[in-house]
Design a protein around this ligand. Structure first.
Ligand SMILES: [Zn+2]
Length: 180
């Protein structure tokens, strides 16, 4: 079922989400709905607070063919993107590498606004999956970017919080124009 996407200004987008810990039927349904909602909105990622649920669950699908992703490793083994997408994960812990890069980001909860955000280029992440596994994922490119963006959501952080001060001013003006 496609759920309604919560838009900028909703308090739930600023909440620190609680851990999932135990996969219930409700969590499985929420995850399935989130994947459907993400595809429906043509996004590459969606976090549970974006559909009004303040739990540490997120989904990502960047497609299987991305030149900017130069490596994807699960528990130290190389894997193809097609094996991993859609990636549904909960209770993540993410560590960014020291090299940083700028990439343009948008957010389904902040329609029409896009801006360049500086983040670690590569990450190491511990992610829990619905099948009970806890995996160590290492990757770069858009996959690294999307995971960092979604994990921020689980901590009540939006990409506009991570802009340079000049870009933040521009974004604030835009947001004011759009949301009053
Ligand atoms: Zn977002």
């Amino acid at each position: 079922m496609v759920r309604e996407i919560v838009i900028y200004g909703a308090p739930v987008l600023r909440e620190k989400c609680v851990k999932v810990e135990q996969v219930s039927r409700e969590i499985e349904e929420l995850a399935a709905d989130m994947v459907e909602t993400m595809y429906d909105a043509q996004g590459v990622g969606l976090a549970a607070p974006q559909v009004g649920e303040a739990v540490q669950l997120a989904v990502v699908d960047i497609g299987a063919d991305r030149d900017d992703v130069t490596f994807v490793r699960v528990d130290g083994e190389d894997v193809g993107l097609s094996e991993l997408m859609p990636l549904i994960f909960f209770d993540p812990e993410v560590e960014g590498g020291s090299e940083r890069e700028s990439m343009e980001e948008g957010c389904l909860s902040i329609p029409e606004l896009r801006a360049s955000v500086r983040r670690p280029a590569a990450i190491k992440a511990s992610l829990s999956l619905l099948d009970g596994r806890r995996i160590q994922l290492e990757c770069d490119g858009l996959l690294s970017r999307a995971i960092q963006h979604e994990v921020d959501h689980l901590n009540g952080i939006l990409f506009i919080d991570r802009l340079s001060s000049a870009a933040k001013l521009r974004a604030r003006r835009e947001l004011k124009r759009m949301f009053g």
